[in-house]
Design a protein around this ligand. Structure first.
Ligand code: 13P
Ligand code: SF4
Length: 331
């Protein structure tokens, strides 16, 4: 088999055809054992990828797993900033991403050179960055956070501490409301969480008066105002399991519904409708990964995340700070 390495630059993955008669679940399990590999998957991945994963979680859970795994290879079924975080935490390991083009609109909304100037304009501010950003932004950050621990991290700082929060303006505005802190926000957002239609959600609520609206804090303030629960993907999943309610409207990427439905088969989960007819609450970046790409990437150990050692060192400090604070707070 001649592998075309140029594929990776052009397409983001090795374009090797997979025999359709192969049982990919079985083959991936076999390769995982042979290579001492672990598959970490985000809740926004396709159902079959979630089903083959060793660990499924939100951004915090995934980074905690990446930091402590004994595997030699981490296959990260997620997007680039997540795989980069795994590589930063475990630089000696091989970290594979099934499709290197799986980026993130939120991370892209914060370019390093512009953020550097923004930071320089606020020299007395501490920088807290949401993990959904590039390694370059992390290297300019004091503490990284995720939607699971952002509130607690901000509250662990002295009240008078001046803070820049980047890159998500919606999560930032939500945190200002919750903590009463006066934070300077970077003007970034996620394309998936800004697409929901308030009008259609209101219509759905009228049709399902007992349904609770569960929302991710990357959604806009007008939607969050209507929500019965606001939290990270793990928070949303756990809430749906514990709640006595039987119907939920889910305002985050639709992939999470797979685990919600598996955990509570007797309950009904309705994806919050977007403001047009497309499947926009599917993240196009997350959905670039497929079972076939995952199989090829584990088989050929490509594409792998490669990062500059100095960048890893710089970006590691604020992630370690986040993990230490989270551990202290029992998160
Ligand atoms: P969490 O899984 O941390 O809630 O993040 C959601 C998200 O947008 C990841 O890209
Ligand atoms: Fe980025 Fe939004 Fe996709 Fe998450 S859902 S990876 S924040 S574009």
């Amino acid at each position: 088999m001649n592998l075309n390495i140029n594929d990776i630059e052009e397409k983001g993955y090795l374009d090797v055809s997979v025999n359709p008669s192969l049982d990919l679940f079985h083959e991936i399990e076999k390769l995982k054992k042979e290579k001492n590999a672990v598959i970490l998957a985000h809740y926004y991945q396709d159902a079959d990828i979630q089903d083959i994963a060793d660990y499924i979680g939100d951004s915090l859970g995934l980074s905690q797993q990446a930091a402590k795994t004994n595997a030699d290879i981490i296959v990260f079924a997620g997007v680039q900033f997540m795989a980069e975080t795994a590589k930063i935490l475990s630089p000696q390991k091989k970290v594979l991403l099934p499709d290197l083009k799986a980026g993130c609109s939120l991370a892209d909304s914060c370019p390093g050179d512009e953020f550097k100037k923004f930071k320089e304009a606020h020299p007395d501010h501490l920088v807290i960055s949401y993990v959904n950003c590039s390694a370059e932004i992390k290297a300019l950050t004091d503490i990284v956070c995720t939607s699971s621990n952002a509130l607690q991290i901000i509250e662990s700082l002295p009240k008078e501490q001046k803070i820049i929060f980047a890159p998500d303006k919606n999560l930032g505005a939500y945190l200002i409301k919750k903590t009463g802190r006066d934070m300077v926000l970077w003007n970034g957002s996620c394309m998936v969480h800004e697409i929901f239609s308030l009008e259609k959600i209101t219509q759905l609520k009228n049709k399902h008066p007992k349904a609770q609206l569960l929302a991710h804090p990357e959604c806009e303030a007008s939607l969050l105002q209507m929500a019965d629960y606001i939290g990270s993907t793990t928070g949303i999943l756990n809430y749906s399991i514990k709640s006595a309610c039987k119907e939920f409207i889910v305002a985050t990427e639709a992939g999470i519904i797979h685990q919600m439905q598996k955990s509570s088969p007797e309950k009904t989960f309705i994806p919050a409708p977007p403001n047009n007819t497309c499947a926009c609450n599917d993240c196009p970046h997350m959905k670039l990964n497929t079972l076939e790409k995952l199989y090829n990437c584990l088989k050929y150990e490509l594409p792998a995340i490669e990062m500059d050692a100095a960048l890893i060192e710089q970006a590691k400090k604020p992630i370690i700070r986040m993990l230490e604070i989270s551990e202290k707070l029992g998160l």
